[in-house]
Design a protein around this ligand. Structure first.
Ligand SMILES: [Zn+2]
Length: 394
């Protein structure tokens, strides 16, 4: 299917090709919904993923920013997982060691609840300012707390006066639709300070389209980058791209870049992915049909046998699973280790979010975990409660 009306927000070419569409998906998968009625009647929008044959970028061409809400109700942190916390600490330490980030000024765009900025401050004795409309006071503690401050707002050119040696932006760019104007604004804010290091982390779209990781496609994620399209964005906006890496079992893609008056670095080998991304996107729908049918039969077979299935992980991946697979009526509960999510309800499908301890009485037969990287942590928690359900991962 072709539609020449769609302009790529990253390279401004026309003719993004729509390869995946989904109607009536919740537009806010992480906000806390107090009643089942509120959850079932949540606001919905459309996903129409377009692939740009010129730069390899993927955008939800149907995205409307005003349909998303990033507020105090937005509860996304993974910081309650020890697997994630260990990774976070390791990443902070590696960045500090690699770039000599000690007693520096750090600016974090989209800092969430501030855990990573605090780690950078603690481990490198740095000073930091974090921007996020969903930041919540009172959750952080530690010796470095006086070295960090937070602005409950989106980062924009209004804050260009905040100067930093290191600009960090994790798991945020995928939520921004006008990608080139966002990175260009950042470049303008940095100005002539060519020694500033910029670090971005996002989900790697290579894995999402290659493996048909449908759980990673949801409304708030309107922008999807591979190494090639991410590097082309930064270079096109006045940065030299120094490294591109994948992290967290290939789930995350990172870029390190420095501003330049004229971009001089030659493309890195891993940027040569345009043909592959094009191939993956064209076969996406067919592969997805098979994957969804497989999950549907897994959950339906369990239900027919009178067995109870729960999901583990109530964030965006679970919302995608429940609204895409089509078996939400056969799953009554979704487990989460984040206490701030307990007692709330899943958008659109209405399951109650419960703590792991709920399972001691409920005794599920099947647990579908939303991210395989947490398998060992979850299996250990289940074992500690004397439970031994079948555990399968997306
Ligand atoms: Zn493009």
């Amino acid at each position: 299917m072709k539609d020449n009306a769609f302009i790529c927000p990253t390279c401004h070419s026309s003719g993004m090709q729509i390869f995946h569409e989904q109607a009536a998906v919740p537009t806010n998968s992480c906000i806390l919904l107090k009643t089942r009625e509120e959850a079932i009647n949540c606001q919905r929008g459309k996903i129409a993923l377009g692939f740009c044959e010129y730069c390899g970028f993927i955008s939800n061409t149907a995205f409307q920013a005003e349909m998303t809400e990033y507020s105090g109700r937005y509860e996304e942190t993974q910081g309650f997982s020890e697997t994630f916390s260990a990774y976070h600490r390791d990443l902070a330490q590696r960045l500090i060691d690699k770039h000599g980030l000690r007693e520096k000024d750090i600016l974090e765009i989209g800092c969430g609840k501030g855990e990573f900025l605090l780690l950078l401050a603690e481990l490198g004795n740095n000073r930091g300012v974090g921007f996020d409309p969903g930041y919540q006071e009172g959750r952080l503690s530690g010796e470095a707390i006086a070295q960090v401050q937070f602005v409950k707002d989106f980062y924009s050119q209004h804050y260009a006066d905040y100067k930093a040696d290191f600009v960090c932006c994790k798991m945020t760019l995928e939520h921004i639709h006008p990608t080139a104007s966002f990175i260009s604004n950042l470049r303008r804010a940095i100005g002539d300070r060519l020694d500033v290091l910029v670090f971005f982390q996002i989900p790697d779209a290579t894995r999402i389209v290659r493996d048909c990781a449908f759980e990673d496609i949801y409304y708030e994620h309107c922008s999807y980058f591979s190494p090639g399209s991410l590097a082309r964005l930064f270079r096109g906006c006045g940065f030299n791209v120094h490294s591109l890496d994948t992290e967290y079992a290939g789930q995350y893609l990172t870029v390190e870049a420095r501003p330049a008056h004229i971009a001089q670095c030659a493309p890195l080998p891993q940027e040569d992915d345009l043909w592959l991304m094009s191939t993956y996107s064209r076969r996406f729908s067919t592969t997805l049909d098979g994957i969804l049918a497989s999950w549907r039969s897994f959950v339906e077979a369990a239900a027919w046998q009178g067995k109870k299935t729960v999901l583990w992980g109530s964030g965006s991946k679970a919302v995608s699973f429940l609204t895409t697979v089509g078996v939400a009526d056969k799953i009554d509960y979704v487990v989460d280790i984040n206490p701030h999510r307990h007692g709330y309800f899943m958008p659109a499908t209405g399951q109650r979010i419960v703590p792991p301890s709920f399972l001691q009485d409920y005794r599920p037969d099947k647990v579908i975990i939303m991210n395989g990287i947490y398998r060992d942590e979850i299996a250990r928690d289940l074992g500690a409660m004397g439970l031994s359900p079948d555990v399968v991962a997306l």
